[in-house]
Design a protein around this ligand. Structure first.
Ligand code: SF4
Length: 729
């Protein structure tokens, strides 16, 4: 008798787990885009006969393991099963272990097909389609049903011990979450209302847009109810997404307070917040970090010949994975320590563990970006998951950035001057198209300069950049030692731009800036991210977007493409007006023309307030230039006041040090810019911050871009003025 199903795995996930060996190899073989992939599959299917079946759903069992997947195509007349892979560049550069993985996938599909249709044998075909040339390379092999079944059994057996461990972990996790209690004696005012809203959203499978004041404990107030809902709603994962790094720390601290199994030394550092008597929660928590922050060899490429942590990575991965899930708590430091102990790359280990952790704390781009890891995994594995998005008023701006790209003429020219012999033709062609675009876009008889919005995408330049990207990819495949920074920058810029150009529509505009000869920049700028984000929200069982400032709700609903039944919740502030003293100086003009005159009265105001009530303050300005002018004057007239300042492009360590300077009992004025790293999402409780000064409003300037934005939003939503300026969050 077949045992009841205990675990379900997709064919791809099974093979990734059991059939990968050797080096990590991310050499210069940029994959095709999603659209190219779909078009490629259609192209191949179009070349086959009418009987060709596409997207075959297949399913099979091995003991308590269920394996599911969709094979790309099957021709019953030829009895041929096809797995289609789109790629760019030369196929012979594909690493052997990658090819072996593809064979493993088609063999598992073959085993499932033979079992389902009672076939004795089948021809397996790996069809490689080069997307720029449309050339097909087909590798075939005929296999008997018995051989395929034996292959299937071997791989399922390799996975089964892990599957059993996963099923056990899931049962244990869900039992503990059913008993989860709030970690403090009582909720803060407003926090219970917030928690109830989140729980209800998860129970009803809806999105929630919730505005709740700072200070009520939103992080815990959203994590606690969603964790409590996890077993009841059969959620596989929770993704906690933040806009900036400090938000990740708050989420991790909240998880510790709920009993997530942080190592003992962390308990001490957090002042016993976790509570000694609380049972450890069997929850696997992963902090996802960007590649540039996790990489141990930033000057190397990600393949075995260049990086020691990529060499043999897949051979050492099983032990690292095993140790990681046993550890359970995988914040940035914990993950790095573990990865290095197993001599694997911390960044790629994090990517692997995103498959096996319960709560993932990462940046919003890990879910919303075009090629986001968390979205891809959820799709591939059919996960049921909940999203928590902190500081959600920033999501419109962040998402616009994710779906925008630029081409830089100067960068191309630099590369052209230093280009290797193999690339003169595609570089010259791209350069010619640049010159033509700049010339054609200039007003009749005038030199090209300034800024203008283009009526359409410059198709010839886009095509030339596409060809250049293919040529660079080819070239780097032949000469990996020539992978200089300039070549890679142009390649990635061209690929990003061309991919977005594929989906250009009325959600975006194309603009051209010409600050000087040879220095033009072509921009593809997203204005309405809703078109890209709607499927991301509908894929989630629930999505909770929270912030202290989310009004008006319709702005976020429209611009983000939230479902029509999204719930709006506004949590009352528990603070009384007396707790906050707001003073507005209407006699100081901060208009651009009055800036110089405003410096002295602003400095007087800062000094007067500081002396009246010494302590830590933050002072915000609309630009670094304004900030520096005021700070310089303050230093002259009141040298006794300690000042610290934000710098342009401040690295994370310096940002942490800046915030650490706001220690209880100290005194200073910290200078920062509006909309910058310290403008929100920082937590300076009690005496660590006693007041803030805000000079100027962060309003967008009146210019062609903002006028075009307004026109676009007016055409789409009938609220151009309001959406372009008044309610940007
Ligand atoms: S350590 Fe850096 S270079 Fe090496 S594989 Fe990881 S990300 Fe790539």
């Amino acid at each position: 008798m077949t045992p009841p199903e205990a675990y379900r795995v997709a064919v791809r996930a099974l093979c990734d787990f059991t059939a990968r060996t050797g080096d990590l190899d991310h050499r210069f073989t940029p994959s095709s885009s999603a659209r190219e992939g779909i078009a490629g599959h259609m192209l191949v299917a179009g070349h086959r006969g009418n009987a060709f079946e596409t997207e075959l759903s297949l399913c099979g069992r091995f003991e308590e393991l269920t394996v599911t997947g969709r094979a790309d195509g099957y021709d019953p007349t030829a009895n041929r099963l096809e797995e289609i892979k789109t790629h760019r560049g030369r196929l012979d550069r594909m690493a052997e272990n990658q090819r072996a993985l593809h064979w493993a996938q088609v063999k598992v599909y073959g085993a499932l097909l033979c079992a389902e249709r009672g076939l004795d044998s089948v021809t397996l075909a790996l069809v490689y389609l080069e997307v720029t040339t449309g050339r097909e390379t087909v590798l075939t092999e005929t296999a008997t049903a018995d051989d395929l079944q034996a292959f299937f059994t071997t791989h399922c057996r390799r996975f089964l011990a892990w599957a059993r461990q996963e099923a056990e972990h899931r049962a244990c996790r869900d039992t503990a979450l059913r008993r989860l209690s709030f970690p403090h004696a009582s909720f803060r005012a407003g926090q219970r209302e917030l928690a109830e809203g989140v729980y209800k959203a998860a129970a009803t499978g809806r999105c929630l847009l919730t505005q709740a004041p700072t200070g009520i404990g939103k992080t815990l107030g959203t994590l606690f109810p969603l964790l409590a809902a996890m077993p009841r709603q059969s959620l596989d994962r929770i993704d906690f997404l933040t806009m900036k790094t400090p938000g990740r720390r708050l989420a991790l601290d909240a998880l510790v307070s709920l009993g997530a199994n942080a190592p003992t030394h962390d308990d001490d550092e957090r002042g016993g917040e976790r509570g000694g008597e609380r049972d450890a929660l069997p929850l696997r928590v992963l902090e996802l970090v960007a590649r540039e922050k996790a990489c141990e060899y930033p000057d190397r490429a990600c393949h075995g010949e260049a990086c020691p942590l990529a060499a043999g990575l897949y051979d050492r991965l099983p032990a690292a994975r095993e140790a990681a899930v046993a550890q359970g708590w995988l914040d940035r430091e914990g993950l790095r320590e573990l990865a290095l102990a197993h001599r694997v790359c911390p960044y790629y280990l994090g990517q692997e563990l995103a498959r096996w952790c319960d709560v993932i704390v990462g940046d919003v781009n890990h879910y919303f970006d075009a090629n986001a890891l968390l979205h891809g995994l959820a799709q591939d594995n059919g996960w049921r998951f909940g999203l928590l998005v902190d500081e959600a008023h920033n999501l419109v701006a962040r998402a616009r950035g994710m779906y925008s790209a630029e081409l830089d003429q100067q960068r191309l020219n630099r590369l052209r001057r230093s280009s290797p012999e193999a690339l003169p033709r595609p570089l010259a062609s791209a350069s010619r198209q640049w010159q033509a675009l700049v010339r054609e876009s200039a007003p009749h008889g005038q030199a090209a300069s300034g800024y203008r919005i283009l009526a359409a995408l410059p198709g010839k330049l886009v095509a030339a950049m596409q060809q250049l990207a293919s040529a660079i990819t080819e070239h780097l495949g032949e000469h990996p030692e020539q992978a200089g920074a300039e070549l890679q920058e142009v390649l990635f810029e061209a690929l990003a731009f061309c991919r977005l150009a594929e989906s250009f529509g009325d959600h975006s505009l194309c603009d051209l800036s010409c600050p000087g000869r040879g220095r033009a920049v072509l921009g593809l700028r997203n204005l309405v991210p809703a078109d890209f984000l709607t499927p991301r929200f509908t894929a989630a069982r629930t999505a909770v977007l929270f912030s202290a400032t989310l009004t008006p709700a319709h702005y976020h609903r429209d611009l983000l493409g939230l479902p029509a039944d999204t719930v709006w919740q506004e949590v009352e502030s528990p603070f009384v007006a007396d707790q906050l003293e707001v003073r507005i100086r209407t006699d100081i003009s901060t208009r651009l023309r009055d800036r110089d005159a405003s410096i002295a009265p602003i400095v007087d105001e800062l000094a007067r307030q500081y002396h009246q009530r010494p302590g830590h303050y933050l002072a915000f300005f609309s630009s670094f230039a304004y900030l520096e002018a005021v700070m310089g004057r303050l230093r002259e007239v009141a040298p006794e006041i300690p000042v610290r300042t934000q710098r342009r492009g401040m690295p994370e360590t310096e940002r942490d040090a800046f915030l650490a300077g706001f220690a209880s009992g100290g005194r200073s004025i910290g200078f920062a810019v509006l909309g910058g790293a310290f403008a929100e999402g920082i937590d300076l409780p009690g005496e660590r911050l006693v007041g803030a000064f805000i000079a100027t409003l962060g309003l967008p300037p009146f210019d062609d871009f903002n006028e075009a934005l307004k026109a676009c939003l007016d055409a789409r939503f009938g609220r151009g003025d309001e959406y372009a300026t008044g309610c940007r969050g």
